[in-house]
Design a protein around this ligand. Structure first.
Ligand SMILES: Nc1nc2c(c(=O)[nH]1)N[C@H]1C(S)=C(S)[C@@H](COP(=O)(O)OP(=O)(O)OC[C@H]3O[C@@H](n4cnc5c(N)ncnc54)[C@H](O)[C@@H]3O)O[C@H]1N2
Ligand code: MOO
Length: 340
């Protein structure tokens, strides 16, 4: 600490809280320890009788907490992500756009493991709205060594973004509704409207819709026709479980699609089938998607619309956090469901 004339203290860091008392009105810290003195602060400091202050002198190899938090923000925020100015040594990490939030959990662990740094985030692989809060960062001491930043850079080097928001692509969607009871008009299709609504959430449209009976050859033909027509996302509903009339999994397999998984460790949604016909995602959706508020379908959709290729490990990992609690008031995605 160095005693310094207040008028000469612009840009210096106050090493202690400075108390102001206005009888009957206020008693408290006018300036907090760690505050960086600005031009406009000088008059106020003089008014509360501070002709001198104790300034914290940063050594050549040190950084103030504010400056460090801003540098860390710059290093960890990738595409689609920005951060606020510092407030009490902390920055907020914010989404610049709507999209799929990606957090590299391993990198996050390694950065926090360096010590003296607090980097907190929400869970990734979920839809995030523009301006949504993604996390925050502060350094723990008032002053840290610059070499800590070097260590952070070393961890991050060549390993992609720690936090990123990927924009959604608009996809042309083909919908195949299976079920002889719907095809023969014994009952009205109530699956289609559910899917249409979910597609609208990603600014995408169902451009082709077909209702077919529970016949493997007919379902297969419809899928291959959609593929030939160049539809970018093919969804087949119903007929996904174990009844003799459940033909959808067999039909999808018979198209030659690469089956990533038939069955997911998520409830609701256990009977979902995820596959690719060439590059086109082809999903078989079980009946529960029609009536349950959220299912594994809602966990996979953001990733599909962000252009990610789903692999078996993605599906298997969903088991941890894969049980929906069916709350009376649903707060998804602000709950544990799908947070693996
Ligand atoms: N013994 C077992 N039973 C069930 C299993 C199982 O593993 N073993 N799985 C259950 C799960 S999980 C689900 S989810 C359901 C539904 O699976 P499906 O995809 O086979 O559904 P469907 O049999 O085709 O239909 C069920 C129900 O929904 C009506 N439906 C279907 N599509 C439409 C539509 N487009 N519009 C209106 N209504 C529709 C259909 O008429 C049936 O009533 O299976 C569990 N059972
Ligand atoms: O695919 Mo079913 O959830 O487990 O209802």
């Amino acid at each position: 600490m160095r005693r310094i004339k207040t008028q000469e203290a612009i840009g210096m860091v106050i090493g202690h809280d400075v108390t102001e008392i206005v009888p009957g009105e206020f008693k408290g810290a006018a300036f907090r320890k760690g505050h960086v003195i600005k031009k406009e602060d000088i008059e106020k400091l003089l008014r509360i009788g501070k002709e001198h202050i104790y300034a914290m002198e940063l050594q050549e190899d040190e950084l103030h907490e504010d400056e460090a938090a801003l540098i860390i923000g710059e290093l960890v925020c990738g595409d689609g992500v920005c951060f606020s100015d510092t407030n009490e040594g902390k920055i907020n990490i914010i989404a610049k756009q709507k999209g799929l939030l990606k957090i590299d959990k391993e990198l996050l662990y390694e950065i926090n493991n360096l010590g003296d740094i607090c980097l907190a985030t929400i869970h990734g692989n979920r839809v995030i709205e523009k301006d949504g809060l993604l996390g925050g960062c502060r350094v723990i001491p008032l002053v840290i060594k610059k070499k800590k930043i070097v260590e952070i850079k070393k961890v991050l080097k060549g390993r992609g973004s720690l936090i990123e928001v990927k924009p959604f692509n608009e996809l042309t969607v083909g919908l195949i509704i299976t079920g002889s009871e719907v095809y023969k008009e014994r009952i009205k299709d109530t699956f289609g409207p559910v899917i249409e609504k979910k597609m609208r959430g990603f600014h995408s449209k169902i451009v082709k819709k077909t209702i077919v009976p529970d016949e493997m050859e007919i379902i297969k033909k419809a899928i291959l026709e959609y593929k030939r027509e160049g539809l970018e996302f093919i969804i087949v509903t119903g007929g996904m479980s174990v009844d003799p009339d459940d033909k959808t999994p067999g039909a999808i397999k018979s198209t030659g699609a690469d089956i990533i998984s038939y069955g997911t460790p998520v409830l609701p949604g256990a009977m979902l089938l995820m596959s690719y016909l060439g590059d086109t995602p082809v999903l078989g959706l079980p009946g529960c998607v029609m009536f349950a508020h959220n299912t594994v379908f809602d966990l996979l959709l953001p990733r599909i619309f962000a252009g990610e290729k789903i692999v078996k490990r993605d599906i298997i990992s969903l088991g941890y956090g894969g049980q929906c609690l069916k709350c009376n008031v649903c707060n998804f995605p602000n709950c544990h469901f799908g947070k693996c």
